[in-house]
Design a protein around this ligand. Structure first.
Ligand code: AHR
Length: 496
C-alpha cells in the first residue's frame, strides 16, 4: 500500500502558466509541414495549419521557444526577414538541412499571436555576436525610427513585438553545438550580450544556458560558473534533460526521480551563488527542454528541406514516464518557474502531422493537457509519501509518483498519480485541513499493452477514459490504482 498525505498549509508554491511552454525549432518538420504548410487544406492565408493550432490550444501551451535549439547557433535572423523571394537559401549545419528561410521572425510572431502563445526567443551565441543579439532585440522590440525597427514595420510588424523572454544561446556546453564554448568563455560572451540587449530594452527577461544534461562532464561546475558571472544580469538559468528506455524499465520509470535530483542540485547551486554574491535577487529555473527521446542517432538531414527527423512515436509506457516528469516539475514550482516541452510538433513532440494530411495526439499529449489545463494559479501541496519502492540506477524510487494542487478560487483539488507497479497498488490519500471532500472526477490513461502507441492508422488507441470515483472514508481517499496507469482526480471541498 502507498500512503500519501498533504496538508493545506504545506505549500510548495504557485503554478505559473509559463510552466507549460513548448518549443519549435527549425528542425525536421517542426516548422515546415508542422506549424507552417501553405498548401494544407486547413491552412489559413498565412500558411499556418489550423488543425495544429487547435491541438496547441487544447494543450493550453503558454510560451513557445524559437528558433532553436542547436539550429540557433548558426542562424542569422536577417536571413529570415523581408521579401521572401529575396531571402537566401542556406545550409543549416546543426541538422545538415537546407533552410530556405521562407519562415522567419515575422512569420513566427504572426503565428504566435494567432496561436495565442507567448514567444520565447533564443539568440545565436555560437556564430552570432553580442551586437547581432542586440540588433534582434531592436528589430523586435524597439518602437520605431531606426533602420531595424522601421524595417520590422515595413515587414508588417506595425507595433513592437515586445518579446519578454530571451535565451542567451543554447546548450553552449555541448561539443555538438556550433561553436560551443568553455564555461568561462560562454559567461564572458553572455555577459556582454546580456548588457547590450538590456541597453536596447531594459524590460526583457534573460535565460542563461545551464548544463544541457546532468550527464555532461562539466555539470554542475558549468552552472556554478555561469551563475557566478551572470547572476545580476539574468532572471533564469536553463536546464535540459531527455530520457529513453535504453536500460532497464525500472531505470526508465525512475526518470522522475532523476529530474528531481537534477533540479535540487541546480537549486542548491543558485542558493550558493546568491549567498556568495550577497544578492537579494532570486534566479529561477527555466527547464526549457525535457521529454522522452529515442531516435538518438539523430540521423542528420542529408541536405534536404524539412526531412523527417527525430519523429519519435510515443507509447503508453512513455506517457507514464512523461507524467512523472510533469509531477516533478509541479513539485518544484518554488524554483522551476518556466518549462518547455521539447518539442511541440513532429520532432519529439505531442503532436504528429502528415504532409497534406492528419494531425494526431501522441500519448504524451494527455498528461500535458491535464496538467496545463488544471493547475495554473493553483498552489502545489507537498506530498509526503510512504510505500513500496523499486530499485533503479537513480536509487530507490516510490512506485507511485504524485502531485497535488489546490485551486483556492474554485475550492477544488486536483491530484495526479502514476502507478509504475506491474500490479495493482492500494492507495490511501489523506488530504488534510480542507474539511469535507467530494470526489467529482476521475480520469485514467492506460492500455492493455504498455508498448501501444497512437498512429495515423489508429490515432485513438491510447486515450484517457473517465473512471469510477474513489471512496472516501474518515476523510481519506481510498483507491486501487491499476497496474501501470496514470490518473487525474478532482475533488471539491467546503472549508476555507
Ligand atoms: O530538441 C532537440 C535538440 O536537443 C535541441 O536542438 C538541442 O538544444 C538539444 O540537444
Amino acid at each position: 500500500m502507498t500512503k500519501i498525505f498533504v496538508d493545506k498549509n504545506l505549500k510548495i508554491g504557485t503554478v505559473k502558466h509559463e510552466l507549460f511552454g513548448s518549443f519549435i525549432e527549425h528542425l525536421g518538420r517542426a516548422v515546415y509541414e508542422g506549424i507552417y504548410e501553405p498548401n494544407h487544406k486547413s491552412s489559413n492565408k498565412d500558411g499556418f495549419r489550423e488543425d495544429v493550432i487547435n491541438l496547441i490550444k487544447e494543450l493550453n501551451i503558454s510560451t513557445v521557444r524559437y528558433p532553436g535549439g542547436n539550429f540557433v547557433s548558426g542562424y542569422h535572423f536577417e536571413d529570415g526577414i523581408g521579401p521572401k523571394e529575396k531571402r537566401p537559401v542556406r545550409l543549416d549545419m546543426a541538422w545538415q538541412t537546407i533552410e530556405d528561410n521562407s519562415f522567419g521572425t515575422d512569420e513566427f510572431m504572426k503565428w504566435a499571436k494567432h496561436a495565442k502563445v507567448v514567444p520565447m526567443m533564443a539568440v545565436n551565441l555560437g556564430t552570432g555576436t553580442p551586437l547581432d543579439a542586440a540588433r534582434l532585440v531592436e528589430y523586435c522590440n524597439f518602437p520605431k525610427g531606426t533602420k531595424l525597427s522601421d524595417y520590422r514595420i515595413k515587414n508588417g510588424g506595425i507595433d513592437p513585438y515586445n518579446i519578454k523572454y530571451w535565451c542567451l544561446g543554447n546548450e553552449m556546453d555541448g561539443p555538438w553545438q556550433i561553436s560551443s564554448l568553455s564555461a568561462e568563455d560562454y559567461a564572458k560572451k553572455a555577459l556582454i550580450t546580456a548588457r547590450m540587449m538590456k541597453l536596447v530594452d531594459p524590460n526583457i527577461k534573460l535565460i542563461a544556458a545551464g548544463s544541457s544534461s546532468p550527464e555532461m562532464p562539466t555539470y554542475p561546475k558549468w552552472d556554478r560558473t555561469i551563475l557566478e558571472e551572470l547572476y545580476e544580469e539574468i532572471d533564469y538559468i536553463s536546464m535540459h534533460r531527455y530520457y529513453a528506455h535504453d536500460s532497464s524499465l525500472n531505470d526508465f520509470y525512475a526518470s522522475y526521480q532523476d529530474m528531481d535530483d537534477f533540479i535540487k542540485t541546480i537549486k542548491s547551486t543558485i542558493n550558493y551563488v546568491k549567498t556568495y554574491k550577497r544578492s537579494k535577487k532570486d534566479v529561477k529555473i527555466s527547464f526549457d527542454e525535457y521529454n522522452i527521446w529515442y531516435i538518438k542517432e539523430a540521423k542528420l538531414g542529408n541536405w534536404q528541406k524539412a526531412p523527417h527527423l527525430i519523429e519519435d512515436n510515443y507509447s503508453m509506457k512513455d506517457a507514464l514516464v512523461f507524467s512523472g516528469l510533469l509531477n516533478t516539475l509541479l513539485n518544484n514550482v518554488d524554483v522551476v518557474e518556466m518549462a518547455s516541452l521539447a518539442q511541440l510538433v513532429n520532432v519529439i513532440a505531442p503532436i504528429l502531422t502528415q504532409k497534406d494530411g492528419m494531425a494526431i495526439r501522441q500519448t504524451l499529449f494527455y498528461p500535458f493537457k491535464n496538467a496545463a489545463n488544471n493547475t495554473v494559479d493553483g498552489k502545489v501541496l507537498k506530498p509526503i509519501i510512504t510505500g513500496p519502492k523499486f530499485n533503479s540506477k537513480y536509487g530507490d524510487v516510490n512506485y507511485v509518483s504524485s502531485s497535488i494542487i489546490n485551486n483556492e478560487k474554485e475550492k477544488e483539488i486536483t491530484v495526479f498519480l502514476t502507478n509504475y507497479h506491474k500490479n495493482e497498488m492500494e492507495l490511501d490519500l489523506e488530504i488534510r485541513s480542507f474539511g469535507k471532500l467530494t470526489p467529482i472526477y476521475h480520469e485514467i490513461l492506460n492500455s492493455n499493452d504498455i508498448e501501444n502507441k497512437n498512429t495515423f492508422e489508429k490515432p485513438n488507441l491510447v486515450v484517457p477514459k473517465e473512471s469510477d470515483l474513489p471512496t472516501i472514508k474518515d476523510n481519506k481517499v481510498l483507491l486501487n490504482l491499476k497496474p501501470e496507469t496514470y490518473h487525474m482526480l478532482k475533488f471539491k471541498y467546503e472549508g476555507i
